[in-house]
Design a protein around this ligand. Structure first.
Ligand code: ZN
Length: 262
C-alpha cells in the first residue's frame, strides 16, 4: 500500500539512500496548490516514477502543507493509472527564510501591493531556494527532471516565476553541481483558465473535482468557505487568479458543449 505521508528530510531511516540513476523518474515541487497538483498530474502522465518534494519554510498558514497528503492519497485512490507511479513524498524544512523575510506569507500583516505592482506576498529568494533544495535532493536521488509550477502568463508578478529566472537557475544548478538537470515548467505559458483545461485533459472531471476539493491556493489560509472553484477567502490575489481562471474555463466549457437536441 502506498505510504502517502511525507518523510522529513534528515529523519532516521534509509528511505532514499543510494538510489540508482534513473532517467525515467521526475521530482515534482509539490506545494498542495492547484498549479503544483496539475504539474504532478503532468508528471504522472509522462514518467514511470514520480517523487514529490515540499517545503516548510515557516509559512503563515500550513493549510497547503496539510493538504499535500490528502491530495496524494486521493490521487492514488481515484486514479489507478497514476497510483503505481506515485513515489515517495519529502518535506524539507527551511527554517531560515521566514525570520529574514517581512512578507504577508510569513508574518501576520495585511496583504498590500507595492508601488511596483508586486504584492507583499512575494517572498524574496523563495523559489530560488526551493529549486536549489530540489536539485540537491534530485542529485542524491539520481533524478534529472525537476518539474515545477512557475508561470508568468497569469501571475502575481513574482520575478522568480519568470521563464528567464528558471532558465538561469537551470544553468546555475547544472554548473554548480556539474549535472544535467532539466527544469520543466509546464504551466509557464498557460493562463489560469488554460491550467484548468489542462487538468481536465489530464484527469477528466474527477481530477477537476479533486482540485476543487483538495488543493489550496488562498494566501489567507481560508478553508471554511467553499466556492465553485474551491476553498478560499475569495479576495486575496491567489483566490482572485484562481476564481477568474475558473470562470473563463467554465464559460469555455459551456460554449464547447454540444446541444443535446439540434
Ligand atoms: Zn484567498
Amino acid at each position: 500500500m502506498l505510504d502517502c505521508r511525507p518523510k522529513q528530510l534528515g529523519a532516521a531511516g534509509s528511505w532514499c539512500a543510494a538510489l540508482p540513476k534513473d532517467d525515467s523518474a521526475a521530482l515534482v515541487l509539490f506545494s498542495g496548490g492547484q498549479d503544483s497538483t496539475t504539474c504532478l498530474a503532468v508528471a504522472l502522465n509522462k514518467y514511470p516514477r514520480v517523487e514529490t518534494i515540499g517545503f516548510d519554510y515557516g509559512q503563515r498558514h500550513r493549510v497547503e502543507l496539510d493538504q499535500r497528503e490528502n491530495i496524494r492519497r486521493s490521487l492514488a485512490e481515484r486514479f489507478p493509472a497514476w497510483r503505481g507511479r506515485l513515489g515517495n513524498d519529502h518535506l524539507v524544512p527551511i527554517g531560515g527564510l521566514a525570520p529574514i523575510s517581512a512578507t504577508a506569507m510569513t508574518a501576520p500583516i495585511e496583504i498590500t501591493t507595492s508601488e511596483t505592482g508586486l504584492p507583499n506576498t512575494f517572498v524574496p529568494g523563495r523559489n530560488l531556494l526551493f529549486l536549489t533544495f530540489a536539485a540537491a535532493f534530485a542529485y542524491r536521488l539520481g533524478i534529472k527532471r525537476i518539474i515545477a509550477g512557475m508561470c508568468e502568463s497569469d501571475f502575481s508578478g513574482y520575478p522568480d516565476c519568470r521563464d528567464d529566472t528558471i532558465k538561469a537557475m537551470q544553468i546555475a544548478l547544472n554548473l554548480g553541481m556539474d549535472a544535467r538537470f532539466v527544469l520543466d515548467t509546464p504551466l509557464m505559458w498557460l493562463d489560469k483558465a488554460a491550467t484548468w483545461s489542462l487538468a481536465e485533459a489530464l484527469g477528466g472531471p474527477p481530477f477537476i473535482e479533486l482540485i476543487i476539493e483538495e488543493t489550496h491556493t488562498c494566501y489567507l489560509g481560508e478553508r471554511t468557505v467553499r466556492h465553485d472553484w474551491g476553498y478560499g477567502c475569495g479576495t486575496c490575489p491567489a483566490c482572485g487568479l484562481r476564481a477568474a481562471g475558473w470562470r473563463i474555463f467554465r464559460e469555455g466549457r459551456k460554449q464547447n458543449a454540444k446541444p443535446l437536441v439540434s
